[in-house]
Design a protein around this ligand. Structure first.
Ligand code: NAD
Length: 284
């Protein structure tokens, strides 16, 4: 078991992952760029910790007070020097990710395993910015992390067998099944799911149907747990748009062109659940 797991990025994924790690008994050091973001994340972690074990009965129960003792937060990447496993969950932007990895190079120990939690970006490309790239891999955690039974594990061009093994062992301890795939933008899940979400947005833009009817067709006719627009709201429409841009740029295939309605909603600040408004309205 790792001593202390570093979690970089305290947004949607960083919060969900921290909850899972803390409930499973890991110490977590959570990093972001602003105090306000970290404070908001702490409140969210503490709230989520109360109900996550009620929905996922396999999760151990802990009072937030008990679990938060193991949560450290910092604005300084140097706080990760002692971590032996780091998961990066920052914004889906290759330039931001590469800049972060070059800052991590002088800080992390050589043998620290680094997992990039990305929706679409090539792990090989991210790996080009890190020293000892054999220790980097992709773990595409699903959202919300504490409810999901599996994650995509991505082997970049440089990723070693040992790195895949160590990451798979950690996931098994979290009761998340690792499914190992090769490195190509969007991997398996998002290369397919983003086409669904994008086309569903085009259907709404073309006024063919209301969002709830689009989602209902997927749920009632295809037996999906969630429809594509509910899923897009859950992921965050900004992250969906960023991911579509990565897919479009990578494949140069017009099938990945982002629906203008999605871009317009993001420009207006309608980001889905995280801003309480997307295709649906939410209460915080
Ligand atoms: P988010 O926008 O909710 O959070 C990103 C966080 O990273 C923000 O709090 C931001 O302040 C922080 N950040 C940005 N630059 C940073 C830096 N240099 N150092 C420290 N923190 C920094 O995004 P998210 O939805 O949590 O997604 C994070 C990553 O996980 C993305 O790459 C995304 O594609 C991937 N992902 C998202 C989902 C999802 O459903 N949202 C699922 C799987 C994977």
């Amino acid at each position: 078991m790792y001593e202390k797991i570093g979690v970089i990025g305290a947004g949607t994924m960083g919060v969900g992952l921290s909850v899972t790690l803390l409930l499973r008994g890991y110490k977590v050091i959570l990093i972001d760029t602003q105090d306000t973001i970290l404070e908001k994340a702490k409140t969210e972690i503490s709230k989520t910790m109360m109900y996550a074990p009620m929905i996922n009965k396999k999760l151990p129960r802990k009072s937030p007070k008990e679990a938060l003792v193991d949560l450290e937060m910092s604005l300084n990447l140097k706080a990760l020097a002692a971590s032996d496993f780091v998961v990066e969950n920052i914004t889906e932007d290759i330039d931001m990710k590469q800049s972060l990895y070059s800052q991590l190079n002088p800080i992390l120990q050589e043998e620290t395993i680094v997992a990039a939690n990305t929706s679409c970006i090539s792990i090989t490309k991210i790996g080009s910015s890190i020293s000892h790239p054999e220790r980097i891999l992709g773990i595409h955690f699903m959202n919300p992390v504490y409810l999901k039974e599996a994650a995509e594990v991505i082997r970049g061009q440089h990723t070693s067998d040992t790195t895949i093994q160590k990451a798979s062992d950690l996931l098994k301890q979290l009761e998340i099944k690792p499914i190992v795939v090769k490195d190509f933008p969007g991997f398996v899940s998002n290369r397919i799911s983003h086409l669904f979400m994008n086309e569903a947005a085009f259907v709404v833009q073309d006024q063919l149907a209301e969002p709830k009817d689009v989602d209902e067709i997927f749920k009632r006719c295809f037996g999906h747990k969630m429809g594509p627009l509910e899923t897009a709201d859950l992921i965050g429409l900004d992250t969906v748009v960023d991911s579509l841009k990565v897919l479009y740029d990578s494949f140069q295939d017009p099938k990945f062109r982002c629906c203008p309605l999605l871009q317009k909603m993001v420009d207006a600040g309608f980001l889905g659940r995280k801003s309480n408004k997307g295709f649906y309205e939410y209460k915080s």
